[in-house]
Design a protein around this ligand. Sequence first.
Ligand code: MF3
Ligand code: CO
Length: 261
Amino acid sequence: MIVSRSQAELKKMRRVNCLVAEILSDLRDMVEPGVTTEDIDQVAEQKVVAAGAAPAFKGYHGYPATICASVNEQVVHGIPSSRPLVDGDIVAIDMGAKLDGFFGDSAVTVPVGNISQEASTLLQVTEEALSRGIEAVKPGARVSDIGAAVQERVELNGFSVVREFVGHGIGTALHEEPQIANYGPPGRGPELTTGMVFAIEPMVNFGKPAVKVLSDGWTAVTRDGSLSAHFEHTVTVTTFGCEILTVSTGDKTAKLIASDV
Ligand code: MF3
Ligand code: CO
């Protein structure tokens, strides 16, 4: 069953997701050559705890950190490390938090110094694919419309969508129903209704879609070694479309996405 949240619950979800967005924006500003993803993780945990919230990933099935930091060919679930970032890297920072019983979840992929034109296009296309997925969220749409919109945008550019990991419902648990694939035909799955809350998170590979998980049990990498990017927002279905919950107050991202419903 997919839960629809009340206005009181959505208020709480706005708070935690806004917190996640604000911290993620601070973490993005830390990214430069020489910084380690462990440094970024430490700051993330400090900020989450200082806000009275708790890291959502730390301890989840034994995951050891507050953020996932996935560099270059790492797709998702990279464990923060002591390797300094170098000019030309891309790093996906994914963070979740729990506040007042509710979860927030968001990710961005950030360039380190000067990156290649190819890497830059990959980031742009992945972020655009997330936007297309979000634009598909409106009452009366079906769950698979989201992935269909994501996939169309990605493949138009010759990139590929990761199959093994999906977006998800989110609320009083980090992962709730439904699973939201980033590929497939539209018009399938449950109908979207107001108050549902989803974390939409396309993972896009420069090369082939196949991934494998390293022996640390977490880090997913592209099998062909090509670059991969990941962006994620938490959104709620509104009467007229959807509202992005993972936006900080100072963000230029349009919060309300109106659809022609
Ligand atoms: N955003 C990812 C997800 O929703 C990150 C999870 S990391 C984990 O699945 F450690 F919590 F698994
Ligand atoms: Co997620």
